[in-house]
Design a binder for this molecule. Structure first.
Ligand code: CP
Length: 293
């Protein structure tokens, strides 16, 4: 994703908006096959890619890791090699291993395009692009926006993709959350601060899911303690600017990162993020297929 220029990012946002508001359906000059290879659980990414693929008129190849030859010990590389050999044009992949895609894109045999649907705690580029679309739809710019990324930053691929892209696009980034889930390596992108020092002046509060499945034992907080110290409580919501928005990539731990009744509150864009995700994924797939067509 870091290889996309700012103009290319804006181009994808505009194209996703075309799909969203003008209901455009591109016509490709041949049949394309897509496989969604999810080796880690997903609802939004998997299903919004699937809807996007169907809206684009692509042929979606069913793949379920639990009934595939992965269960016989086949590697990811050999699974994708097979997809490529049988004519699958695009593989959308989610995997627990960071940088799983490197050997696939370095391969001289694999012809399928690889779309990263999330690699461990590494990157989540399609989520970042839908987040950028959601922010752009709200403010029409990234320049000078005060964006606070809150929570489990170390384990969040969403945070990593977003901090890189938002800084490059001119936003001012701030981080908050437990210090044990923060690393000095993020200092190049923004400043670590207490949530209560900035809650009344942020334009975007980007909450992150507490990723219990990626935690070593001993890094736990009670739900109540996390919510009180680092979460969006009703009291904090009341302090936010009228124009500020709340984002969360979801799934949400209701009552932990955010009070349950704020998920659909007026300043929340959590549902809009999901909707934008489907349109952004249409734009991503179209751009890839136009490159191959
Ligand atoms: N935001 C996101 O990636 O959600 P899923 O894990 O449900 O795909």
């Amino acid at each position: 994703m870091a290889l996309l220029s700012n103009d290319e990012v804006l181009g994808l946002i505009k194209r996703a908006q075309d799909f969203k508001y003008q209901r455009i359906r591109p016509v490709f000059n041949r049949q394309f096959f897509v496989a969604n290879l999810f080796f880690e659980n997903s609802t939004r990414t998997h299903k919004s890619f699937e809807v996007a693929e169907k809206k684009l008129g692509l042929d979606v190849i069913e793949f379920d890791a639990s009934t595939s030859s992965v269960k016989k010990g086949e590697t990811l590389y050999d699974t994708v090699l097979t997809m490529s050999a049988i004519g699958v044009d695009v593989c959308v992949i989610r995997h627990t291993d960071e940088h799983y895609y490197q050997e696939l894109v370095d391969s001289r045999t694999i012809q399928s395009a690889i779309v990263n649907g999330g690699d461990g705690s590494g990157q989540h580029p399609s989520q970042s692009l839908l987040d950028l679309m959601t922010i752009y739809e709200e403010f029409g710019t990234f320049d000078g926006l005060k964006i606070m990324i809150a929570g489990d930053i170390t384990h969040s691929r969403v945070a990593k993709s977003n901090m890189q892209m938002l800084k490059r696009l001119g936003a001012d980034i701030y981080f908050t959350g437990p210090e044990s889930w923060y690393s000095d390596e993020f200092d190049v992108y923004g400043q670590y601060m207490a949530l209560d020092d900035l809650i009344d002046s942020v334009d975007v509060l980007m909450l992150l899911r507490v990723q219990h499945e990626r935690h070593e034992s001993g890094e736990t907080f009670s739900k109540e303690a996390y919510h009180d110290q680092y979460g969006l409580t009703r009291a904090r919501y009341a302090q936010m600017k009228e124009s500020a928005i709340i984002m969360h990539p979801a799934p949400v731990n209701r009552g932990v990162e955010i009070a349950s009744d704020l998920v659909e509150a007026p300043r929340s864009r959590i549902v809009a993020q999901m909707t934008n995700g489907m349109f952004m994924r249409m734009a991503i797939l179209e751009a890839i297929l136009n490159g191959k067509a």
